[in-house]
Design a protein around this ligand. Structure first.
Ligand SMILES: Nc1ncnc2c1ncn2[C@@H]1O[C@H](COP(=O)(O)OP(=O)(O)OP(=O)(O)O)[C@@H](O)[C@H]1O
Ligand SMILES: [Mg+2]
Length: 329
């Protein structure tokens, strides 16, 4: 028998890509589930089908994108998520947290009837290229919502008071819409500025952000991402419902990443061989993806039929050289 989870996934995928025929079949499935007295499942499927989660049905919606008053720059960017849970390699802990978020979000109404809110404030930490932005995209895709990237370069204004006004506009936008919002590198200004006065500025912006997050009453999911978690004090961590740490992959995750990234590629690689996997130890997921892309290109250009460990090793060495140059700059 098909499980409820699979049916939900199927209808979600169909809503994204299917046409009129799909809708008819989906309605038939819902009728059948109702006849079997699976009311919760039927309600859920209906919500997915008819768009309580505003997915493609809102494609033509013209969003009124807030802008910075002084410079006229858009404060956020709306993206259509393309990748879902099958495209991301996660630690067991992170996978179960994300699945919990999805479950609570999809049952938000039931929770609300008990006066409870689903998890909606997430902090993503960890080094570059380990999946923070991708995880936000995956959450959006799984919930059939749009991904909104908040542009901190535009939000942070040199004009006194304007930064808070910009943040206010962003939060108003998020209260008026249901999306997955990613405040990427939300401590970005702390990165290049080391002196005390500017740390003060960092604190001010982060504090404004937290205050607005505390007062936030909308339905959007708020995600803040940082690779400077040490700059954030415990008080900040406590404000989030969940904190996820994205780290460089271990051997098992490297193996999984290779199978995910090599979908559709003909390869002859010793994926069970620890020594082979070990060569990727210490690289981020994004580095490994770059190595594979480099190797695949060579395979194509040299007219080889399969991706071999020799091609991969060669690409890995080239990537190491590239990273060494970057490290010197
Ligand atoms: N865990 C992962 N699973 C699968 N692919 C990944 C993963 N992490 C990164 N990638 C690949 O690397 C790309 C860049 O990763 P991503 O933008 O998510 O990193 P990030 O953690 O947000 O880094 P930054 O701190 O620089 O913003 C992704 O678009 C994806 O293709
Ligand atoms: Mg990122």
């Amino acid at each position: 028998m098909t499980s409820g989870r699979l049916l939900r996934q199927l209808i979600k995928a169909g809503v994204r890509h299917g046409g009129h025929d799909f809708r008819q079949v989906a309605e038939e499935i819902i009728r059948e589930e109702r006849a079997k007295k699976h009311h919760l499942l039927a309600n859920d499927l209906e919500r997915i089908l008819y768009g309580e989660y505003p997915g493609p049905r809102r494609k033509n919606v013209q969003y009124d994108i807030p802008r910075d008053r002084e410079r006229g720059l858009p404060l956020l960017e709306i993206c259509e998520p393309a990748r879902d849970l099958q495209d991301i390699v996660l630690s067991d802990t992170n996978r179960s947290i994300l699945e919990e978020v999805l479950l609570e979000q999809s049952r938000a109404e039931v929770l609300a009837s008990y006066g409870l809110k689903p998890i909606f404030r997430l902090l993503f930490c960890g080094p570059p290229g380990c999946g923070k932005t991708l995880a936000a995209e995956v959450l959006a895709a799984e919930l059939s919502l749009e991904l909104v990237l908040i542009r901190f370069d535009a939000v942070i204004s040199s004009f006194l008071g304007e930064t808070s006004a910009n943040l206010r506009k962003v939060f108003d936008f998020l209260e008026g819409n249901c999306v997955v919002a990613l405040f990427d590198e939300f401590d970005a200004i702390g990165k290049t500025r080391e002196d005390l006065a500017e740390h003060g500025e960092l604190k001010r912006v982060v504090n404004s952000f937290l205050q607005m997050m505390d007062g936030y009453r909308g339905k959007s999911i708020l995600i803040a991402a940082t690779n400077h978690e040490r700059l954030l004090d415990r008080a900040i961590w406590r404000r989030f419902d969940e904190v996820l740490l994205f780290e460089r992959p271990n051997l098992e995750q490297i193996r999984h990443l290779l199978t995910v990234k090599l979908r559709g590629v003909r390869y002859d690689l010793p994926l069970q061989d620890r020594a082979f996997l070990n060569q990727f130890k210490g690289f981020s997921h994004a580095d490994i993806e770059r190595i594979l892309n480099r190797a695949i290109k060579t395979m194509i250009l040299k007219g080889r039929e399969f991706l071999t460990s020799e091609l991969v090793e060669e690409a890995r060495k080239r990537e190491e050289e590239r990273l060494a140059i970057i490290a010197k700059v």
